[in-house]
Design a binder for this molecule. Structure first.
Ligand code: RNT
Ligand code: ZN
Length: 418
C-alpha cells in the first residue's frame, strides 16, 4: 500500500466514526506551539558562567551540548526541520546575545540584545515567547529574588522583570505575533519557614511593580507559573498554585500558567485546564513529563499528554491556550529530545482533533456511559499512524522514524566534534 492509499483507508474509517481527518489536519497546521531554546544547552544560557540554580536540574552528560548562540541556533534549525506544524520560539532572558566585549546585567537588558534571535525567528516565520530569568545569577540572594527581604536585591529583580516586558513588546512588534511573557521564580525554603505570608506579599508587590511597566496588552501576555517544590526548596515555594492562580484571577490581563510537572503526583493538569477555562479568557501551559518529581523528561505521546490535548480541543480552546514545551534532558541527543517532544505534542493534538468529541459529549449527557466507554476504547486502535503520516507529508516533514538518520549524521559531523 502506498502512503496515499493508507491515508485514504484511514480517512474512510474515521469518517465512519464521524471524524473529518482532512479538517483535523488543516486545523493543526494553524496552531502555534512554542519550542523552548533551553533543551539545547541544558538551561545554561549565555550571560553567566555559574551553575544552574533555582531548584531545577538538567541531569545527564550527553556530548554535543550547544555552547554559543550560533551552535544553539544551528541545532535548533536541525530540529525544526523534523517537526511538522507551526512553531514559536521560546527564549529566556539568560540567552541574551552580547557584542564582543559587551555585557550588561539583567536589570539593564535591552531589545538589541535579542536582535539576533528576532532575525532567527523572522526568517523562520516564528513568533517569540519570553521568560525573565530569575535564577542562575549571583544576585539571587539566599535563594531569593522577587521575594527577597533585601530591598536592593528585590529591586534588581523587579527591574529585570520590567526590562523583560519591554523586550517582550519588542518581540511582538518585530514578529507581528503576541509575546507570552512568563514569570517563574524558584524562591522558597528548604525547611519549615517561620513566615509563609511575608515572602508572598513581597512577591505580589514585585509582580505588580513589574506589570506597572507600560505595555500593550494585545502584544504582551504576562503569565505567572506556579510550583509545588524545587530541589533544595522542598518545604515551601512562594509561588504556589493558590498564590499564582489568585494573582492571575485578580490582575486583569495576567494569565495563569500551569506546568504539568508542578503539582502533586496524583494531580493532573488535564483536569485543571477546563476548570480554569471556565473563568479565564486565556491560559498558558508548560508541557513536560514529570517522572516521580518535576524531572522535565521529554514529552511523549502518553495518556496524560493526550488527555491534556483533548481538553484543549474539545472545549474549543485552541485559540485560548498558549502551549509551550518545557523539558531538558541532558542524557540523550538534545536535537532528538527536541524533535521527539515536539512531535509527541503534535500527535496528541492531532489525535484529539481526530476524536468525535461532540458525539462523546452527547453520550455523556444522555448518561450512555457504557457505550461511551466502549467507543472510546474502540477508537484507540484506529489507524492514527496513517493520519499522522499524511499530516507530516503535508507539512513537508519526514513521517516515519527515518528522521533519526539525519540526527545521527548531524551528531557525527557536528555535535561529537564540539
Ligand atoms: C521550573 C519551571 C520553569 C523552567 C524554565 C526554564 O520548574 O518549569 O518554567 O523550567 O523557565
Ligand atoms: Zn515550566
Amino acid at each position: 500500500m502506498t502512503q496515499k492509499e493508507r491515508y485514504e483507508a484511514a480517512k474512510e474509517m474515521y469518517a465512519g466514526a464521524g471524524v473529518d481527518t482532512d479538517a483535523a489536519i488543516a486545523a493543526l497546521k494553524e496552531i502555534p506551539v512554542s519550542l523552548h531554546c533551553w533543551q539545547g544547552d541544558d538551561v545554561t544560557g549565555f550571560d553567566h558562567d555559574g551553575p544552574l540554580t533555582g531548584g531545577i536540574q538538567a541531569t545527564g552528560n550527553y556530548p554535543g551540548k550547544a555552547r554559543t548562540p550560533e551552535e544553539l541556533m544551528q541545532d535548533m534549525d536541525k530540529a525544526l526541520q523534523m517537526m511538522p506544524g507551526k512553531k514559536k520560539l521560546n527564549l529566556h532572558a539568560s540567552y541574551a546575545i552580547f557584542e564582543e566585549g559587551e555585557y550588561v546585567d539583567r536589570d539593564k537588558l535591552e531589545p538589541k540584545h535579542f536582535a539576533k534571535w528576532v532575525a532567527f525567528a523572522r526568517e523562520r516565520n516564528m513568533g517569540i515567547d519570553f521568560n525573565p530569568t530569575f535564577f542562575s545569577h549571583d544576585k539571587v540572594k539566599d535563594g531569593l529574588t522577587l521575594t527577597s527581604p533585601d530591598e536592593e536585591t528585590r529591586k534588581f529583580w523587579i527591574d529585570h522583570g520590567k526590562a523583560c516586558i519591554r523586550i517582550s513588546e519588542y518581540f511582538a512588534k518585530e514578529t507581528g505575533v503576541p509575546c507570552v511573557m512568563n514569570i517563574w521564580i524558584g524562591d522558597g525554603y528548604k525547611d519549615i519557614p517561620a513566615d509563609r505570608m511575608g515572602p508572598r506579599l513581597r512577591y505580589k508587590d514585585s509582580i505588580e511593580q513589574i506589570l506597572s511597566e507600560p505595555y500593550d496588552k494585545n502584544l504582551v501576555k504576562p503569565c505567572v507559573e506556579s510550583k509545588v517544590f524545587g530541589i533544595g526548596v522542598e518545604s515551601y515555594t512562594a509561588g504556589s498554585a493558590e498564590f499564582t492562580l489568585t494573582f492571575a484571577a485578580t490582575h486583569e490581563g495576567c494569565l495563569p500558567l500551569m506546568d504539568n510537572g508542578h503539582y502533586h503526583p496524583t494531580e493532573v493538569v488535564s483536569d485543571k485546564i477546563p476548570a480554569l477555562l471556565c473563568f479565564f479568557p486565556e491560559i498558558a501551559l508548560h508541557i513536560t513529563r514529570p517522572v516521580r518529581w518535576d524531572s522535565d523528561h521529554v514529552v511523549l505521546f502518553d495518556d496524560e499528554t493526550k488527555e491534556m490535548a483533548k481538553e484543549i480541543v474539545r472545549n474549543d480552546a485552541l485559540g485560548r491556550v498558549y502551549m509551550a514545551l518545557d523539558y531538558f534532558d541532558a542524557g540523550i541527543n538534545r536535537v532528538s529530545a527536541w524533535v521527539v517532544g515536539f512531535r509527541s505534542w503534535q500527535k496528541a493534538l492531532l489525535s484529539a482533533l481526530c476524536t468525535p468529541n461532540e458525539e462523546f459529549k452527547k453520550l455523556q449527557d444522555e448518561n450512555r456511559l457504557t457505550e461511551l466507554m466502549m467507543l472510546q476504547e474502540d477508537m484507540k486502535t484506529y489507524p492514527f499512524g496513517a493520519v499522522w503520516e499524511e499530516y507530516c507529508r503535508q507539512c513537508g516533514v519526514v513521517a516515519d522514524r527515518s528522521w533519526f538518520d539525519a540526527v545521527k549524521q548531524y551528531e557525527e559531523e557536528v555535535l561529537f566534534k564540539r
